[in-house]
Design a protein around this ligand. Structure first.
Ligand SMILES: Cc1cc2nc3c(=O)[nH]c(=O)nc-3n(C[C@H](O)[C@H](O)[C@H](O)COP(=O)(O)O)c2cc1C
Length: 295
């Protein structure tokens, strides 16, 4: 189906876009007004946009209901500072609670049961329970419109980061991606959670330039068994590998021996075997299996 955005209501636009552009990380923003009243609210219109300078952007939209602006925006207009607390699984129900439209004088730290911890460089407090907190100066606020639902970009520079030792790797040189259970928002009530069972790695593109899918031998490129992901892995080599006479593999030997009289069947078996090797990131081995079928 095709959707023309200008024909949708504010709610429909929001719902379609949020289901499509997902998952989105969640910034739990702590802000303060001129009188020292603190606000704490989650925003999934949020991301990292520059590392030098270190810039993050989040967007408290104009309310769709009555076109008013959110307390967070009012606060950063008065005191251009914030702490961005990064949301993980252990706090997701509480951050959801804090998104209730409490009146301006209500402190969401109290309502949602979080502990204030003084920041070192900015006035808004940090959320003690958050495992990652970013102290930020708001450099610019860019309005994307005056109607309900219009994003108001809070462009913030990260001045310092606090990272809980418990989520660092063994030699404490980096955040251990398996220890930080990030939570992200999708459409409607859907969220997702990072944990060891759903993390995977993709090897960086070859810095010497991968050969590209167009350079793969035709029988591999047009395989009915290898998927787009498999072809992407194979085409990430700098040059097409050559047959390695030292490559020894029982299953390969069996396939070649058994299907010698049926080239089509042999190709199917070789591609199936290569696919299983690629699923285990064994790219060199997969190439050797495929090359055996090319001759
Ligand atoms: C996970 C989550 C993400 C949210 N993301 C946004 C967002 O990106 N922009 C927005 O305007 N509201 C967002 N909301 C709703 C705000 O958190 C909610 O309107 C909040 O109460 C605003 O508070 P404030 O008026 O105290 O600033 C989100 C709510 C939740 C639970």
């Amino acid at each position: 189906m095709k959707l023309t955005l200008s024909e949708l209501s504010i709610m429909e636009k929001q719902a379609w876009l949020q289901h499509a552009i997902a998952p989105r990380p969640i910034c739990f923003a702590s802000t303060i007004d001129r009188e020292g009243n603190v606000n704490l609210s989650p925003f999934s219109f949020f991301n990292l946009f520059s590392s030098n300078p270190p810039i993050v952007v989040f967007s408290p939209s104009r309310r769709g209901r009555d076109n008013t602006i959110k307390h967070t925006l009012e606060n950063v207009l008065e005191v251009p500072e914030c702490v961005i607390n990064i949301v993980d699984y252990d706090m997701v129900q509480q951050i959801s609670l804090s998104s209730c439209e409490y009146p301006k004088n209500v402190d969401e730290f109290v309502k949602a049961g979080f502990t204030k911890e003084a920041a070192s460089l900015v006035k808004p407090p940090m959320v003690k329970e958050a495992r990652i907190k970013l102290e930020c100066r708001v450099n610019e606020i860019k309005s994307l419109g005056n109607e309900g639902g219009a994003g108001q970009l809070v462009i913030a520079e990260v001045l310092c980061m606090h990272v809980d030792d418990a989520i660092l790797n063994a030699d404490k040189t980096m955040i251990d991606q398996e220890k930080m259970h990030h939570v992200a928002r999708l459409g409607g009530d859907w969220y997702c959670r990072i944990n060891s069972s759903n993390l995977f790695k993709v090897a960086k593109p070859n810095t010497q330039l991968g050969i590209g899918i167009d350079a793969l031998p035709e029988s591999i490129r047009n395989s009915k068994i290898l998927t787009g992901n498999h072809l992407g892995q194979l085409a990430n080599v700098h040059e097409e590998p050559l047959i390695d006479p030292a490559f020894e593999d029982d299953r390969l030997r069996n396939i070649i021996g058994y299907y010698a009289i049926s080239p089509a069947e042999m190709e199917k078996e070789l591609h199936t075997y290569a696919a299983s090797l690629l699923n285990e990131n064994k790219v060199n081995e997969a190439w050797q299996v495929l090359l055996a079928g090319e001759n």
